[in-house]
Design a protein around this ligand. Structure first.
Ligand code: 4NP
Length: 161
């Protein structure tokens, strides 16, 4: 059993949240914390269930040394609120869709992922799906910053136990 669990959520689970999943997982591994921290991702919608990440997300991640090829999309479900310590939404719309299914007795802390990006002024990770290739690099910039902030917070918590 892991000591801490994190679920990243966007709309389709093929662009932003798998990017967050792959980047955060790599940062966890680089610190040797993979036996303590469970990482997963999901989408609020079911459009892409079972699909690998969008080719453009995979390509942009691979330029920075992250591998997303093992990931497959799934939909976020009510049980996730009992399984995960943190459920982190990429934008306000994902946040309110999650809030709408959150059980009152769930253990998960539901937050916007960019709450943890101390060096970033925006609060949402913009959806890159219908935009140009630039959008995928921007997603990575935001996701890298927030992953570092989140990992700092979780490391402090793990050490204080
Ligand atoms: P994501 O991006 O939420 O970052 O995975 C999207 C992927 C697919 C769609 C929308 C956003 N779509 O409408 O199919």
């Amino acid at each position: 059993m892991k000591n801490c669990s994190v679920l990243f959520v966007c709309l389709g689970n093929i662009c932003r949240s798998p990017t967050a999943h792959g980047v955060f997982e790599a940062k966890v591994k680089a610190k040797g914390l993979e036996h303590q921290i469970l990482t997963d991702s999901a989408g609020t919608a079911a459009y892409h269930v079972g699909n690998p990440p969008d080719r453009r997300s995979g390509a942009a991640a691979s330029v920075r040394g992250y591998d997303l090829s093992h990931l497959r999309a799934r939909q976020a479900i009510v049980e996730d609120f009992y399984r995960f310590d943190y459920i982190l939404a990429m934008d306000n719309s994902n946040f309110s869709d999650l809030q709408a299914i959150a059980p009152q007795d769930g253990k998960a802390e539901l937050r916007l992922f960019l709450d943890y990006a101390t060096t970033v002024a925006t609060s949402e990770v913009p959806d890159p799906y219908y935009g140009g290739d630039d959008g995928f690099g921007q997603v990575l910039d935001l996701v890298e910053a927030a992953s570092e902030g989140l990992l700092d917070v979780i490391e402090l918590k793990l050490r204080s136990r």
